[in-house]
Design a protein around this ligand. Structure first.
Ligand code: HT7
Ligand code: ZN
Length: 881
């Protein structure tokens, strides 16, 4: 496979001003007739370059230029391109291709999901529909005509406005859609199927009435309210927070069962994985409701950050994804609990993204090269990209950041631009020098920041010394120091201390002098605080102000102090986590040495205090009572001893459950009583999360009373959050007959709801008990499992390999073998999904030597397969390099 480099970027040789597409959809095939108004790009380097069109797996039926047929000797077709050597400066290219959506299992281009036709063109799927310049900097105005059977496909949708409909002969009909906005091919969409819709309207800040429709199968009509409400909230929020208004009279969302990712922001025709749009209390958990809200908002926000201003090339992917994730995270924070949202996001970043940054696929937020762009829809591009935008927000402050975003949207509206353009707009609007900051876009790897503090009681000064470094990553042996914003405060016995930073005049604009942002720019740098009346406890990296690994030698008592007194909610949680890390590390070491060691009593006391304090936010209590995850422990302990980490965490949980049985029981009882009608509100979500955490702890006790409580919750709950929580607790318990019966009953009750059955799959695949791999293998033969459906693959295979470390890493290597077999099977069916599943194997170097050898052998077995897709080849070859 060839590697594509950012340094080789050149403007396109040709432009496409207008694109007319005519789809004739038949059961056996689809014909795509395209008419492209093309001309040479005046900015092109080579004024006589041949026309090279992208096309993949297409049958070419007709090709003409200015109505003159291009004969076979006039073009050359090789690999994924078609070259026409001589073309005029300006011309009309017509082409007809025949495609087979019903055989398209890759879910890129035009494909069939049960009876419905739909498209997925990002990143390079349009070339599976017709020959085109399939690159984001070629933007065109589209008119789309769709013909199909009136009965099988009564609904025909594309981007923009519906301009006409027509009945055709033979029981067929036609719809014509026109999108007035220029767009790249990756934002093209078409849907044809038998769908029903839920409708509403939204009036924009300038009085434009927008029709909103959500298209679903008839059986799902009752699950659209939450998505519709989320959409209207997102539209309002984008007006209020970013001044961005919607720009068409219609906004459609369509739900599809078979989809490689969460959703797609096609202009005015967003296509969603059903898992990210459907929600109802009876079938969807709190996490599911929040995901729908977040994804609906994310796709809507792309209308500006992605569609109106798009990417020049795919190296700039984080320009739209990082910015949009930042926007959706702030939206969700405003809709629910800000601290909880931040804790969840940092959890993902510190496990998945930090692991990616330390592994063979590590890449900068703006990559320098790729083989297959689909492999670069990563946590680095999305989550770290969002952190980079968040840091700009922190450095500039909210007002200047808004000024920068206004300038960015004004300056580049209708254009395809770069990350550099974004940063420059922020710089121009704020006057801040972001020169060194740009390294966050070009350097991969997670910076390590070591900090220490020294109090001088005579001089009343407190000196913070920071040292930063960044490990080498593929192709980047050496790193320059980053510009790292460190949000912080100092805490004294009586509360937050006023900050006087030596050499800096106090900021008259800030009423709050107890919080500041330090600019760490050098490899080693000191900050001296003056007039500090007592030895403080520093609260560093508040709100996780930079995606770094911070090390500060807090004593356990200092961590307990921060847990109670820090005025930054995130850092209160972080102190609890770090205390948990220290305690778990001790237990891991004891386990490795076959010693018996008890859990640090401080954790038990802290837990008791949290459960007994009525004044605390319930969501915070639940978060702080959750020990660091096994995935996070794996990040802070290398080489990773999966089994010891699991054993240590289980022991700690059991000790907490035993010591705090009374508190967990009381809290569970109180919170069970409090319920009204189900609402996915922050308040109710917090109650349920703490209640269900108590249940999980109580179920570890393996006693009859807890079992009874759990069974009662399972049988009597009116919502899926509580039902699933009870089922998870039961499935991970030793209560054999009850467990099997409950799983059977759950399946019978919910077999008509695929999204619920996916949760049923996932609960079984993530059970930490022995024998899970065997069960997972059985599930692959279950009638509800389909290897061609990505949600089911994720629920069974993805969940087992990615969220069940103790079973995936079982010592005989059977988990690795299982994954390799599935990757080989999926490699031909759906390369994107196959390659994504490889994540857990690709990080083989961080495990113990025996596991490394077994994992590597499986990667080598995949590498030896004769016909590897580009997607799988890239991950396997880079993992073994
Ligand atoms: N921008 C969308 C990306 C996407 C995608 C990429 C590759 C393969 C399939 C895909 N489906 C959607 C999603 C988003 O970030 O909004
Ligand atoms: Zn996105």
């Amino acid at each position: 496979a060839t590697t594509i480099y950012l340094k080789d970027y050149q403007v396109p040789d040709f432009l496409i001003d207008r694109t007319a597409l005519h789809f004739e959809i038949f059961d056996s095939h689809t014909l795509v007739h395209s008419t492209l108004a093309m001309r040479r790009n005046p900015a092109a380097k080579n004024a006589s370059a041949p026309l090279v069109l992208d096309g993949c797996e297409l049958e070419l039926e007709a090709l003409s230029i200015d109505d003159q047929a291009v004969t076979e000797s006039g073009y050359e077709s090789a690999g994924e391109s078609l070259t026409i050597h001589t073309v005029p400066d300006s011309f009309t290219l017509r082409c007809t291709t025949r495609i087979y959506p019903q055989n398209n299992t890759s879910l890129e281009g035009l494909y069939k999901s049960s009876t419905m036709y739909c498209t997925q063109c990002e990143a390079e799927g349009f070339r599976k529909i017709t020959y085109f310049l399939d690159r984001p900097d070629v933007m065109s105005v589209y008119t789309v005509t769709v013909d199909a059977d009136s009965k099988r496909c009564p609904v025909l949708l594309s981007n923009g406005n519906l301009v006409s409909t027509e009945t055709l002969e033979g029981g067929r009909h036609r719809a014509v859609w026109e999108d007035p906005h220029k767009k790249p091919a990756y934002l093209f969409a078409l849907v044809a199927g038998d769908l029903e819709r839920v409708s509403d309207t939204f009036t924009t800040m300038n009085g434009r009435k927008v029709d909103l429709h959500i298209y679903v199968e008839e059986k799902d009509l009752d699950k659209c309210d939450h998505a519709m409400l989320s959409l209207k909230n997102a539209m309002t929020w984008d007006e209020e927070v970013y001044g961005r208004e919607y720009d068409l009279d219609i906004f459609n969302i369509v739900a599809v069962d078979d989809f490689n990712m969460g959703a797609m922001e096609n202009k005015s025709l967003n296509i969603f994985n059903t898992s990210c749009v459907l929600a109802s209390p009876g079938t969807t958990t709190d996490a599911g409701f929040q995901r729908v809200e977040g994804v609906v908002a994310h796709e809507y926000f792309h209308n500006w950050s992605g569609n109106r201003v798009t990417c020049r090339d795919w190296f700039q992917l984080s320009l739209k994804e990082g910015f949009t994730v930042f926007r959706d995270a702030e939206f969700s924070a405003d809709m629910g609990s800000r601290v909880v949202k931040r804790v969840e996001d940092v959890g993902l970043l510190r496990t998945a993204q930090f692991a990616e940054d330390a592994g063979p696929m590590a890449h900068p937020v703006r990559p320098d090269s790729y083989m297959e762009i689909s492999n670069f829809y990563t946590v680095t591009i999305y989550e770290k990209g969002a952190e980079v935008v968040r840091m700009i927000h922190t450095l500039l402050g909210p007002e200047l950041f808004r000024k920068g975003s206004d300038l960015y949207f004004d300056r580049f509206d209708g254009q395809a631009v770069t990350c550099e353009d974004f940063v420059k707009a922020m710089e121009d609007a704020s006057g801040m020098d972001l020169g060194q900051f740009r390294l966050w876009y070009s350097q991969a790897g997670t910076p390590q920041v070591d900090a220490r503090g020294e109090y001088d009681a005579e001089a009343n000064t407190y000196t913070l010394t920071f040292k930063q470094s960044c490990p080498k990553t593929p192709g980047q042996p050496q790193k320059e120091p980053f510009h790292i914003p460190i949000a912080m405060g100092l805490l004294g016995d009586a509360g937050a201390l006023r900050l006087e930073l030596k050499g800096e005049a106090p900021n008259p604009d800030t009423a709050d002098n107890t919080h500041t942002v330090l600019h760490l720019k050098q490899a080693e740098q000191q900050f001296v605080f003056e007039n500090v009346p007592e030895k403080p406890v520093p609260s560093l990296l508040r709100g996780f102000s930079a995606p770094v690994k911070l090390q500060f030698d807090y004593s356990r008592d200092e961590l307990l102090f921060l847990m109670q007194h820090d005025d930054d909610g995130f850092n209160r949680w972080e102190a609890a986590q770090q205390l948990g890390v220290l305690a778990l590390k001790e237990l891991v070491a004891a386990h490795q040495n076959n010693e018996v060691r008890a859990l640090d009593e401080r954790l038990i006391t802290a837990g008791r205090n949290l459960l007994n304090d009525d004044s605390l936010d319930l969501a915070m209590v639940a978060l702080m009572l959750t020990l660091p995850t096994e995935a996070y422990m794996a990040e802070v302990m290398q080489p990773v001893d999966v089994l010891s980490i699991h054993a240590a965490r289980m022991q700690a949980r059991l000790e907490l459950a035993t010591a705090l049985k009374e508190e967990f029981t009381n809290t569970y009882r109180t919170l069970s009583r409090r319920q009204g009608d189900y609402q996915p509100s922050a308040e109710q979500i917090a109650q349920r999360s703490l209640k269900n955490l108590c249940l999980q702890y109580l179920m570890l006790l393996n006693d009859e009373h807890s079992l009874q409580v759990c069974m009662e919750q399972l049988d009597t709950s009116d919502n899926m959050t509580d039902r699933i929580a009870a089922l998870v607790a039961l499935v991970n318990s030793e209560h054999e007959p009850q467990k099997a019966l409950a799983l059977q009953k759950f399946y019978q009750d919910w077999q008509h709801e695929p999204l619920v059955i996916n949760q049923w799959f996932q609960i079984q695949a993530t059970s930490h008990l022995p024998g899970t791999l065997k069960r997972v293998q059985e599930l692959l033969n279950h009638p509800a499992f389909e290897i061609r459906n990505p949600n089911k693959v994720r629920a069974v295979i993805g969940a087992f390999c990615g969220q069940n470390a103790v079973n995936f890493h079982q010592t005989d290597g059977a988990g690795y073998r299982f994954l390799a077999d599935r990757v080989i099977e999926l490699n031909t069916l759906n390369p994107q999904i196959a390659s994504r599943l490889l994540g857990p194997l690709s990080k083989w170097r961080k495990y113990l030597p025996e596991q490394q050898a077994l994992m590597k052998a499986e990667l080598e077995r995949i590498a030896a397969e004769p016909k590897l897709s580009r997607d799988v080849f890239e991950v396997v070859s880079k993992s073994l390099a």
